[in-house]
Design a protein around this ligand. Structure first.
Ligand code: NAD
Length: 477
């Protein structure tokens, strides 16, 4: 097997490799990917620093053309890249292809943004003096990504970084280097000058840490766990650099007595279990008022029983495997914790065997849970959800907001009054009415509050806030 190498200063390099394993079939090696060390990371940072002045001055048409080309190629190869994504991460083929299309749309969006860069010209309060407000690149941007969206998250960080004239050192998650390698290869061939985009695959504690420790990384955008996010924050404060964190969630989905039951059940099923529950926007707390509780639990359990869990590449599969053995262990441990805490395991939670050896888990639903249990407070990051019964809307809202996190939140209701009140009062960055808690479009801001996020929003035109720095310039007329 050929080794997919790191890209440093325009050269493919790296002889030591790790195997990328398919979670639907652990006998299958998806590919070999180079493992960078701390020196590789430092070389990549030096290359990005050297390339930064010229790229900052590059023409907007050059940037537009490269981002457009990347978008076109990703879209043309969506089946192949979607299959690669599903092979390395385990989400279903439909989800893998959908995420690949989204990555193409993100590159297309930011290709357009290069042509919409604008500033402001205003008069000073002093006579005969003009003021210009412009945005400039930040410099070298470090990008550190998690395993659960192997192509969309790299795309939504790399595309704006390049669009606004920054150079990049990119470290993807160890478990899913395939899609990251593919988009770096595509951008490299699309004509990026050497050093503008560098790829260093490898361990977070080695490669990621070298990025955190470098005074030459001017900004770091991070998506991943709270524990790593805190390290990114501490190191960034130390180096006085800009940083942005997208971390965990414990997202609530409220179901009120007046909800359309079918809408509520479909949204809950999707929120809690699709993509194997491995979404930061997944809902693991289903907060249900007492009048609809029993009907909701019965209907959701019935739907869960009909869902097909299997090999991600089988077109009939609806829920793929868990990403690896340690995540599976974490999911099973939390199922045990929930039982011991006194919640009732109403459905699922068993490890499943399929034709190929993989990390298959039947989605699990707890009932009789309360919001103080660990299964209601800690992020599990698997297909495990709990139903918390409440008296009325006021209690539902209070329970929904009683969490350390604040990424996404949802409500199923036919009441305009409650929908409007929930939109205004949910303590979350994103609110969904009669829709799953996941599924934010690529052209609108993505992010949360409280323990879920820090810094400015990602995606859409809001991304400019992080990837640029504002300059105010005066001229005497
Ligand atoms: P993780 O924190 O273990 O790893 C994330 C990235 O950080 C990886 O690339 C890893 O190699 C790197 N890393 C690890 N240690 C590091 C260090 N010392 N220095 C620098 N980098 C280091 O998270 P994960 O397990 O890959 O992802 C799952 C988590 O991501 C979940 O908590 C999930 O909620 C979160 N997530 C959040 C969002 C969001 O937008 N809020 C989106 C997706 C995933």
């Amino acid at each position: 097997m050929t080794i997919h190498q790191n890209l440093i200063d325009g050269e493919w390099t790296g002889a030591e490799a790790i195997e990328n394993i398919n979670p639907s079939n652990t006998d299958e090696v998806v590919g070999l990917y180079a493992r960078a060390n701390a020196d590789d990371a430092r070389n990549a940072i030096a290359a990005a620093k050297a390339a930064a002045p010229a790229w900052a001055r590059s023409g907007i048409l050059e940037r537009h053309a490269i981002l457009r080309k990347a978008s076109d190629e990703i879209l043309a190869r969506k089946e192949e890249l979607g299959r690669l994504l599903s092979s390395e991460e385990g989400k279903t083929l439909g989800e893998g292809i959908g995420e690949t299309v989204r990555a193409a749309q993100i590159f297309d969006f930011f290709a357009g943004e290069t042509l919409r860069l604008a500033g402001q010209v205003l008069p000073s309060v002093r006579p005969n003096i003009g003021v210009e407000i412009t945005r400039e690149p930040v410099g070298v941007v470090g990008i550190i990504t998690p395993w659960n969206f192997p192509i969309a998250i790299p795309a939504w960080k790399i595309a704006p970084a390049l669009c606004y004239g920054n150079t990049v050192v990119f470290k993807p998650a160890e478990l899913v280097p395939g899609c990251s390698w593919a988009i770096v290869d595509i951008l490299h061939r699309a004509g990026l000058p050497k050093g503008v985009l560098n790829l260093v695959m490898g361990k977070g504690s080695v490669v990621g840490q070298a990025m955190l420790d470098s005074p030459d990384v001017n900004a770091i955008t991070f998506t991943g766990s709270v524990a790593t996010g805190k390290r990114v924050a501490a190191a960034s404060v130390e180096h006085n650099r800009k940083y942005q964190l997208e971390m965990g969630g414990k997202n609530p989905f409220v179901v009120l007595d007046d909800a359309d039951l079918a809408v509520a059940v479909d949204a809950a099923l999707n929120s809690a279990f699709f993509s194997t529950g491995q979404r930061c926007t997944a809902s693991s707390r289903l907060i249900v008022t007492q009048g609809i509780h029993d009907r909701f639990v019965a209907a959701l359990s019935e739907k869960m029983a009909a869902v097909k869990v299997g090999n991600a590449l089988d077109s009939t599969t609806q829920i793929g495997p868990v990403v690896d053995d340690s995540q599976l262990k974490q999911d099973l441990d939390y199922i045990e914790i929930g039982r011991k805490e006194g919640a009732n395991l109403a459905f699922g939670g068993e490890r499943l065997n399929r034709e190929t050896p993989g990390f298959y888990l039947q989605p699990a639903l707890f009932t009789e849970a309360n919001n103080q249990m660990r299964i209601s407070r800690e992020e599990i990051f698997g297909p495990v959800a709990s139903v918390i019964q409440v008296k009325d809307y006021d209690e539902a809202l209070a329970v929904a907001n009683d969490t350390a996190f604040g990424l996404s939140s949802g409500i199923a209701t036919t009441s305009l009054k409650h929908a409007t009140h929930f939109k205004r009062n949910a303590e979350a960055g994103m609110v969904m009415v009669n829709l799953p808690t996941a599924g934010v479009d690529f052209h609108v801001p993505f992010g949360g509050r409280k323990g879920s996020s820090y810094g400015s929003r990602e995606q859409g035109s809001y991304a400019a806030e992080f990837y640029t720095t504002v300059k105010t310039a005066y001229t005497l007329a």
